[in-house]
Design a binder for this molecule. Structure first.
Ligand SMILES: [Mn+2]
Length: 319
């Protein structure tokens, strides 16, 4: 689309006809779907669906990630003018991407939320697309992984996080953002031998067999060595990537519920995600963006960039 044609474009979230292509709509106005993709739940002909799960009732400390999907969509409005920097291809023109909107749920009936999330993501997968989910707290990743594992078998997982999220939790009724990985491994949904946690800086002696590349090791070893370690662990397996925004240092992502110092800088996360180009990505999520604690919007911007990088990774092997 030429810039001249684009001057009349507005509200592409519901007027866009072509599921592929950049967007020249004013960043500061209009309805904000993710990257100005069209809002639709009919995914025939689409490759990838972005969806929000605004659930934050599993947090240990500060809530607010229910506002995450909306804030990330708004932050993404600045991006789709140009192809994502440094990739050498344009995933927005390569892939037909929809914004499938948010998952509906009864906020007062949390017990049914896990099953709802699994059914929501499963319903999208059954339409033949991959998913990039905007959270929400990190609990949501457990039922998402259940949906993926049901279709792909035990999942190789790349987790960016300050916390291992593998603390012991044998109560099936608990909904806890700090134990999603414990339960996923115990259920056989995630294969720990093919999984890696990057950016960790909280103590949990029982790794459950997951490879831990803590934040200090990333700082010491550098980007290339860290990428080599990640690739060693996942091998050639199809992989799911979950990115807890608190993997970033609070200086770069203050708007999150359980911040921990000593984390990754934005440039490190960007270089690591970019450096993973070529992995067969099944899908991914970015979680724990909490707008009430994000006074500058920096955390939502980081979240939008992470989600866009996930789309770039998804499209790279499907060019
Ligand atoms: Mn987490």
């Amino acid at each position: 689309m030429a810039l001249e044609d684009a001057k009349n474009q507005v509200d592409q979230a519901f007027t866009r006809q072509d599921p592929r292509g950049l967007s020249f709509e004013n960043a500061f106005g209009g309805a904000t779907s993710f990257l100005r993709r069209r809002y639709t739940k009919d995914l025939a002909g689409y490759d990838l669906a972005v969806t929000g799960i605004p659930f934050d009732q599993g947090v240990t400390h500060r809530p607010g990630t229910r506002f995450g999907p909306r804030a990330i969509r708004e932050a993404s409005a600045l991006q789709p003018y140009d192809p994502p920097y440094g990739w050498g291809y344009d995933p927005l023109s390569t892939l037909a991407i929809a914004d499938a909107g948010d998952m509906a749920f009864d906020y007062a009936n949390t017990r049914e939320v896990p099953q709802r999330i699994e059914a929501h993501i499963g319903g999208l997968l059954d339409q033949g697309v991959g998913t990039v989910t905007l959270g929400g707290d990190h609990f949501i990743t457990l039922p998402i992984l259940r949906a993926y594992a049901k279709r792909h078998g035990p999942i190789a997982l790349i987790q960016f996080d300050a916390h291992s999220d593998s603390w012991v939790d044998d109560d099936p009724d608990r909904i806890d953002h700090g134990t999603f990985l414990y339960k996923a491994i115990r259920e056989g949904v995630v294969d720990p031998a093919a999984s890696v946690s990057v950016g960790i800086r909280t103590d949990n002696p029982d790794t459950m067999g997951v490879t831990i590349l803590d934040a200090r090791s990333v700082h010491r070893a550098g980007i290339e060595e860290t990428l080599n370690r990640i690739r060693e662990v996942i091998g050639a397996r199809p992989v799911y990537l979950t990115f807890d925004i608190d993997a970033l240092d609070p200086a770069f992502a203050p708007g999150t519920g359980t911040p921990v110092w000593g984390g990754l800088a934005s440039w490190q996360a960007a270089a690591l995600l970019r450096g993973l180009a070529g992995i067969p990505l099944l899908g991914g999520d970015v979680v724990e963006v909490s707008p009430p604690y994000d006074t500058t919007g920096a955390t939502a911007i980081a979240g939008a960039h992470v989600a866009t990088e996930l789309i770039c990774l998804y499209g790279w092997t499907r060019r």
